[in-house]
Design a protein around this ligand. Structure first.
Ligand code: PRE
Length: 452
């Protein structure tokens, strides 16, 4: 073979190959278009739940292509080629189906979660709204008209737990836990104030707690302290009426430092607790109450009375001491200046006062009827054994008794004895007095026999 013809053949191969290349490009494009159609069919089969593999259809396809086969490829060759093409179609359909399934699962999961989240959101919203509604209703709103008013006593040093228990027991707070939480959050549990409170049963928690922390409806009690009582008996009254600690009250009354601090020339405040009618706040401090009683004493014992005291040559302490004896003796106001006059006459003559109220003060079980042996009790307060005034007041005298000492009746009486009816018989001499005493005793005896 010549060199020239050989080269021509190579060129020819190249020429054919170029043609094949062009056809291959078309074949690949067509194969992919075919694969795409098969993929569409696969999608529909998946939706219809049909199997990918369809042997009848494959048979049809082979028959179709061999029918149109005019060589040079044999029918068998075409058949083998198409079996490979359909293989790849099935593989593509399968892979696509798998991918769609996976995606579907992801969406399903997402969908579920989104639904769950939405439900949770609604639930939280609902819960928050109900909580807000509940808090608003219980904490701030007055919902019902009051059914009853309750008086609540909160003693000093009460624990917050005790306060909550009491309020809840009396129906003043419905939700103890809510009250506890709110109080703890705002620190109210450490700020409660003792006292007597009047609260209605329809108040919301915030109002009830605020009232106890910051009382506005404080309960004031009117207390009358009668004239002539000892500090100890006054302490008893204040304990029951105002809720004070009577031991603390007495220790203040008997504190010389406290008396000095208040400007009282005495070791105790006995005599200076002014009898009167007072308005106290229930549960108020013992000290405040004493200050109030002393204030009344000082207000009463004004400059005019102080000047008068000096004129008489007495100290305030001596006047109050004698006034307490007059207070103890007199039952009627109009007799007070006369009785004061008797004691002042006796003091001037250096006679013992022989005043029964001073004995009543030293007997532990008084006040009661006195016996002769009571008059012999050793005490600086015993005015049968000691001349002059006792060391201090034997009770807390009222205003009229103090005035009776400062403005006594001028007379010459040195003695008096009960007339058996609450008044007294006054005498200038001992003899007169003795006969008055005898008359009194006779009266007593006849009264006794009348009774029997
Ligand atoms: O016609 C179908 O059902 C197809 O899925 C397409 C095809 C093919 O490639 O022609 C693929 C797989 C089947 O087994 C049958 C035919």
């Amino acid at each position: 073979m010549g060199l020239f013809s050989r080269k021509n053949k190579y060129d020819e191969i190249e020429k054919w190959r170029k043609k094949i290349d062009k056809i291959d490009i078309k074949i690949v494009r067509l194969l992919n278009r075919r694969a795409k159609y098969a993929d569409e069919i696969g999608k529909l089969k998946q939706e219809l739940n049909l199997p990918i593999y369809s042997p009848e259809r494959e048979k049809q396809v082979i028959e179709n292509v061999t029918k149109h086969n005019f060589g040079p490829l044999s029918d068998m060759a075409i058949k083998r080629l198409y079996e490979r093409i359909i293989d790849e179609s099935r593989r593509l359909e399968r892979e696509s189906a798998e991918q769609r399934e996976k995606l579907e699962q992801i969406y399903k999961f997402k969908d579920g979660n989104v639904k769950l989240l939405n439900n949770l959101r609604y639930l939280i919203l609902l819960l928050s709204l109900s909580l807000l509604f509940y808090l608003n209703k219980n904490l701030f709103i007055i919902n019902t008209p009051p059914m009853k008013l309750e008086i609540i006593d909160i003693p000093k040093n009460s624990s917050f737990k005790y306060v909550l228990e009491t309020l809840s027991e009396r129906g003043l707070i419905r939700d103890k836990l809510l009250a506890l939480i709110v109080s703890k959050v705002f620190g109210y549990d450490k700020k409660i104030k003792s006292g007597r409170y009047i609260l209605s049963d329809n108040l919301p928690i915030a109002v009830v707690i605020n009232e106890i922390v910051n009382p506005k409806l404080v309960f004031s009690v009117t207390v009358t302290i009668p004239e002539g009582l000892t500090a100890k008996r006054i302490a008893g009254i204040l304990k029951s009426k105002v809720g004070i600690d009577s031991v603390k009250f007495m220790s203040l009354v008997n504190s010389p430092e406290f008396a000095r601090e208040l400007g009282i020339e005495s070791n105790t405040l006995e005599g200076y607790l002014m009898p009167d009618t007072y308005n106290f706040i229930w549960g108020d401090e013992e000290e405040n109450i004493i200050l109030r009683l002393l204030e009344e004493f000082k207000r009463f014992y004004n400059d005019t009375l102080k000047i008068r005291t000096k004129e008489l040559g007495f100290t305030i302490h001596q006047v109050v001491t004698l006034a307490s004896i007059v207070e103890g003796e007199a039952m009627y106001e109009d007799e007070k200046p006369k009785i004061a006059g008797v004691y002042l006459n006796r003091l001037k003559r250096n006679m013992p006062l022989e005043a029964d109220p001073t004995i009543q003060y030293i007997i532990p079980d008084g006040p009661r009827r006195l016996y002769y042996k009571d008059l012999t009790i050793q005490s600086p307060y015993n005015t049968y054994l000691n001349k002059g005034l006792p060391p201090g007041p034997v009770n807390n005298p009222g205003k009229s008794s103090i005035l009776a000492v400062l403005y006594p009746e001028k007379h010459k009486f040195l003695y008096f004895v009960s007339d058996g009816k609450g008044r007294h018989v006054f005498s200038k001499t001992y003899e007169e007095h003795l006969s008055a005493v005898r008359r009194y005793r006779k009266l007593l005896v006849s009264k006794k026999s009348e009774k029997n």
